[in-house]
Design a protein around this ligand. Structure first.
Ligand code: BTN
Length: 326
């Protein structure tokens, strides 16, 4: 987004009408230049209402991500651990960005974007990531562990998302569909994508991406192919995206530091009450097969346990669908 376009957007953020003349004066450009800039804003998923004699108005007021505000919600310890927080207007994918540049970057760096044009979900799916509506966060973390020791990582990140929502004040029941779908009312609220690369000297780099639906319009969501929900539907008050992002980052940094030191075991008691698959009939789709059984929780590695015809088996990956009990 160019500086002029951003300035125009800042002026319109209050959701009030602004005349072309007033906007032109503020930006030092002509009214017809303003009209052209307004057209450009529409490319950024923003709906601008234009009314004769009144001017232009954003139909859904929004706030942009603000680094100092986000950082103000971090406790001293997590704040110390954070090496850099980058906020981008748009990027194909925050996960790809950190993965591709990981060699040049320190660990514990975070990238947030207002919009992603090629956001990735698990199992090669797309993630719908419109401008300034939700939270798209990726963090690069270096672990002095083998990739095989990180199998619980995506589970603890989903738990961190729930902790952050609780800290924000969301009291609505929330749960996790193994391994890392955060759900409310049977609909997806957030997803986690963990990508791991083994480096030399027994270090591995993990890029952990979180997509949290905060305030998604029906228009924005038209390409989502599964039942979804956003944080705004769970609270009557308008959601403060910067506060929620700060609380999420705070919890994520604390959780990752503990996981690095102590592994998955201390998180197990926290998992059980959130587990949506426990005791439920389910199907698991793996790369090679689909099988049915009853969810029996997880083991100490975070693998899913399924009772298949009386025999308990464990699985490290796959896509779970909950089946309705008869
Ligand atoms: C899922 O399929 O549930 C995982 C979705 C993960 C989406 C996030 S948004 C930030 C980060 N960047 C990406 O390209 N994907 C993740």
């Amino acid at each position: 987004m160019t500086e002029t376009l951003k300035k125009l957007l800042q002026l319109l953020l209050d959701g009030q009408f602004h005349s072309g003349e007033q906007l032109g004066k503020a930006l030092g450009v002509t009214r017809s230049a303003i009209w052209k800039l307004i057209k450009q804003l529409e490319i950024w998923d923003l709906t601008i209402e234009s009314v004769t004699n009144k001017g232009y108005r954003i139909t859904e007021p929004l706030t942009l991500l603000d680094k100092p505000k986000i950082l103000s919600f971090l406790e001293p310890l997590p704040k110390n651990q954070l090496n850099n927080l980058e906020i981008l207007d748009t990027i194909p994918s925050t996960n790809d960005y950190l993965m591709e540049n990981r060699q040049a970057k320190l660990g514990n760096v975070v990238c947030l974007a207002e919009k992603q044009t090629k956001a990735k979900g698990r199992r090669a799916r797309n993630w719908v990531a419109p401008f300034a509506k939700n939270i798209y966060l990726s963090i690069l973390w270096r672990f002095p562990q083998e990739p095989s020791e990180l199998s619980g990582l995506s589970l603890i990140v989903a738990m961190a998302v729930i902790e952050a929502l609780r800290a924000y004040g969301i009291t609505h029941p929330l749960g996790i569909k193994w391994p890392n779908d955060v759900m409310a009312d049977g609909k997806k609220l957030a997803g986690v994508l963990v990508e791991i690369a083994g480096e030399s000297n027994d270090i591995c780099s993990a890029v952990i991406g979180i997509g949290l639906n905060v305030n998604m319009s029906l228009q924005n969501a038209r390409d989502i192919t599964q039942p979804w929900i956003d944080v705004q539907s769970l609270t009557p008050k308008s959601v403060e995206r910067n506060k929620l992002t700060g609380l999420l980052l705070n919890q994520l940094l604390k959780t990752l530091a503990q996981f690095e030191q102590q592994g998955f075991l201390p998180f197990m008691p926290q998992w059980q009450p959130l587990d949506l698959t426990l005791g439920k009939p389910l199907s698991l789709q793996t790369a090679t097969t689909e099988l049915q059984g009853i969810g029996c929780g997880i083991n100490a590695q975070g693998h899913l346990l399924i009772d298949i015809n009386g025999e308990q088996k464990h699985f490290s990956g796959g896509d779970v669908s909950l089946r309705l009990s008869k």
